[in-house]
Design a protein around this ligand. Structure first.
Ligand code: IMP
Length: 179
């Protein structure tokens, strides 16, 4: 059971959707003329973001998912990244966009991009909805970032605390109150 906590809104649903529109225009410009973009969502935190992002993209897209182990039910990164579910499709020679919810220590994005690069995609870019640059342990940066945020534990818009609060339409900061 997680401790008792409250959630304070940090980024509204309206700001998120406005930012996704901007990011989609940049992605369209980068991948203009692509045959078919493979958009790879990192489960589970990116499922809401990827759903909104692909619907905003005026490009031929294919969607695939990859699951890497992360926090489990804790608030601390395990640092050891394991692939729990691999892609269904081949990405060799393809244009790939990896969609991550948050870049925190950077271990997940670092590990996943190394793995996917070893499969020789034609182009590999990354997008993260949120970035906590002050938490970084590995030198990695997403090609596109939605919002830089301070070192807070956040939930909502697909992101969980012990599997809860993924269904909030906004991003909120968790404040532990006791328990
Ligand atoms: P990293 O490997 O430390 O960069 O962590 C990346 C993953 O940890 C993210 O994809 C999230 O699943 C999880 N994570 C990082 N920060 C938070 C947070 O504030 N709330 C919930 N999950 C988080």
């Amino acid at each position: 059971m997680p401790q008792d906590y409250t959630i304070e809104q940090m980024i509204s649903a309206k700001r998120i959707s406005a930012r996704i529109e901007e990011l989609a225009r940049e992605i369209e410009a980068t991948y203009a003329g692509t045959d078919k973009l493979v958009v790879v969502g990192l489960l589970r935190g990116s499922f809401v973001f990827i759903a909104d992002l692909v619907r905003e993209l005026d490009l031929p897209v294919e969607v695939d998912f990859l699951e890497a182990s992360s926090y489990g039910d804790a608030m601390e990164s395990s640092r050891e990244v394991r692939i729990l579910k691999d892609l269904r499709g081949e990405i060799g020679g393809r244009d790939v966009l990896v969609v991550e919810d948050i870049v925190d220590t950077g271990h997940t994005l670092h590990h996943v991009t190394n793995l996917l690069r070893s499969r020789s995609p034609a182009r590999l870019e990354t997008i993260a909805l949120l970035d906590k640059p002050t938490r970084r342990e590995v030198d990695v940066r997403a090609t596109w970032t939605g919002f830089e945020i301070p070192d807070a534990f956040v939930v909502g818009y697909g992101i969980d605390y012990a599997q809860r609060n993924r269904n909030l339409p906004f991003i909120g900061a968790v404040q532990i109150t006791g328990g």
